[in-house]
Design a protein around this ligand. Structure first.
Ligand code: PRP
Ligand code: URA
Length: 209
């Protein structure tokens, strides 16, 4: 599980507990998912490259640091991934945003693609694919397939809650992709929901049923 990173930061864990609570309403759910995405983005960007930069402070000139390296792309998996988009952009406002639209067929649990729109320069970008839930792994695998088919070479995946089955499937399908998770849960139930999980992320974010 070398490319799997559990984000154990106390603020992330505390907020995730409130998100899991069935009594948390849509407004608070949305705000907390946004905040967790920001905190996770802080962790995910730890290995970003820096270069020297000459800056003049009011006191004197100095050599400081500035970001260099790959341009970023944030790719929420529709719908629920949208809940994490702005939280990441707060930290990385210059990132471009792509969207991959997938839904899980309720009977087969297989993902069905309905929309793909990515920023330009796909080959040079580092993409952060986001979705609150990694259940069977089918949606994340298909979204990353979509990116790779279009030339993406550097991809990280970030989710709030994952089932071990989904993590194993994603690692097997895309061993080059680093996976960032706030909560690694016990299992999937027969309907493909994560146990204990947080329920249906899209419905809780958007107030649908
Ligand atoms: C949910 C979730 C993931 C997917 C995870 O989306 O947001 O995209 O299920 O399940 P998987 O790992 O088994 O593929 P859903 O299909 O319910 O669509 P929505 O975001 O539009 O609600
Ligand atoms: N999608 C969700 O929204 N929740 C789950 O538990 C599994 C897939």
């Amino acid at each position: 599980m070398s490319n799997v990173h559990i984000i154990n930061h106390p603020l992330v864990q505390h907020k995730l507990t409130i998100v899991r609570d069935k009594n948390t309403g849509t407004k608070a759910f949305r705000e907390l998912v946004d905040e967790i995405a920001t905190l996770m983005a802080y962790e995910i960007t730890r290995d970003m490259e820096l270069e020297d930069f000459e800056v003049e402070t009011p006191i004197q000139k100095m050599t400081a640091k500035t970001l260099t390296g790959k341009k970023l792309g944030v790719v929420p998996i529709l719908r629920a991934g949208l809940g994490m988009q702005d939280g990441i952009l707060k930290l990385i406002p210059a990132a471009k945003v792509g969207h991959v639209g997938l839904y899980r067929d309720h009977d087969s649990l297989e993902p069905v693609e309905y929309f793909v729109k990515l920023p330009s320069d796909v080959e040079e970008r580092l993409f952060i694919v986001v979705d609150p839930m990694l259940a069977t792994g089918g949606s994340a695998i298909m979204a990353i397939d979509c990116l790779k088919k279009r030339g993406a070479k550097n991809i990280k995946f970030m989710c709030l809650v994952a089932a071990p089955e989904g993590v194993a499937a994603l690692e097997k399908a895309h061993p080059d992709v680093d996976i960032y998770i706030a909560g690694l849960d016990e299992k999937l139930n027969e309907e493909g929901y994560i146990v204990p999980g947080l329920g249906d992320a899209g419905d809780r974010l958007f107030g649908t049923k």
